[in-house]
Write a protein that binds this ligand. Structure first.
Ligand code: TPP
Ligand code: MG
Length: 329
């Protein structure tokens, strides 16, 4: 199956394109800044950047409605920004400060927002998949028509718990969209080396879960596919799989020797397939925006990100007695 792409002249409004442009650019600039702060020693522990994959989460979020839920892996900053979490709170969590979403006690992989229905941030590969089905179970039980999104990687797609979840989600017709962010590599192992069947969208076949492959660098194609998957779930037809063919430009985490791929491969993706450049070209060629207007947007977004970074540097470290809060036993 060829991955879903949008037509050469898609029917899309100027406002819609500008929204995607802004949202993808916010993630990119935020992640660039996080990379800098990490380099300066202001962010400790693990930090996995989402640069390159922005169209996936922005396209999906564009198709969601208030009350829909999401859960993802450790590569999670983009998901938080795309569902409307405050860049200041996310950045301050990265620097381990009181103003962070987990009061500075969670860090990059452990942030949550009940308000935005963002259920984390999970460091254990694949662990978020059954949690995503659980969120959908709750909504089905409550009888509302909310949909949950469980995002996971191509590496995670070979995990056992994913298939136990597929079985139950299909059996109980749970309203969950499984979004496989196939960026072609796990930590350093390519999909080709690790997967007996690389067509990940077909992985639900044994459980009667339909799936579709999508060009994950094309935000319009992502949105269109997401809308179809959501309609399937809201109609009570059960789960749906979307395999997003995407690419990460940076290392797996901040410590990655990157010996498993060539610089040329990365460069080619950046030059020919970049999701932000694609929308930028549509805005310019469609006479929706001028170079100057796009520059002004970039400036505005950089200011937002700088403000978040300042907040993240100035917010105090959590007080010692925070060691005894938010614990179960
Ligand atoms: C259960 C478990 N096994 C191994 C690891 C170490 N690990 C962290 S990320 C990762 C690769 C996952 O790759 P993929 O699912 O493709 O996600 P991506 O990092 O590409 O977004 C591995 C093996 C882990 N965190 N948890
Ligand atoms: Mg991967």
């Amino acid at each position: 199956m060829a991955a879903r792409k949008t037509s050469k002249k898609p029917n899309v409004s100027k406002d819609e394109l500008l929204t995607y442009y802004r949202e993808m650019l916010l993630i990119r600039r935020f992640e660039e800044k996080a990379g800098q702060l990490y380099g300066m020693g202001l962010i400790g522990g693990f930090c996995h950047l989402y640069i390159g994959q922005e169209a996936v989460v922005v396209g999906i979020e564009a198709a969601t409605e208030e009350g829909d839920k999401r859960v993802t892996s450790y590569r999670d900053h983009g998901h938080m920004l795309a569902c409307g979490m405050d860049p200041k709170g996310v950045m301050a969590e990265l620097t381990g400060r009181e103003g962070g979403y987990s009061k500075g006690k969670g860090g990059s992989m452990h942030m949550f927002s009940k308000e935005k229905n963002f259920y984390g941030g999970h460091g254990i590969v694949g662990a978020q998949v059954p949690i995503g089905a659980g969120l959908a179970f709750a909504d089905k039980y409550l009888g509302n028509d909310r949909v949950s999104f469980a995002y996971f990687g191509d590496g995670a797609a070979n995990q056992g718990q994913v298939y136990e979840t597929f079985n139950m989600a299909s059996l109980w017709k749970l309203p969950v969209v499984f979004v496989i962010e196939n960026n072609q590599y796990a930590m350093g192992t390519s999909l080709q080396r690790a997967s007996s069947s690389p067509e990940l969208y077909t992985r639900g076949a044994g459980f009667s879960i339909p799936g579709e492959a999508v060009d994950g660098m094309d935000v319009l194609a992502v949105k269109e596919a997401a809308a179809k998957a959501i309609a399937h779930c809201r109609a009570g037809e059960g789960p749906y799989i979307l395999e997003m063919k995407t690419y990460r430009y940076r290392g797996h985490s901040m410590s990655d020797p990157a010996k498993y791929r060539t610089r040329e491969e990365v460069q080619k993706m950046r030059e020919e397939r970049d999701c932000i450049d694609q929308v930028r070209t549509m805005l310019l060629t469609g006479d929706h925006a001028t170079e100057d207007e796009l520059k002004a947007i970039d400036k505005e977004i950089k200011a937002t990100v700088n403000e978040a970074a300042e907040f993240a540097k100035e917010s105090p470290e959590p007080a010692l007695d925070e060691l005894y809060t938010d614990i179960y036993a």
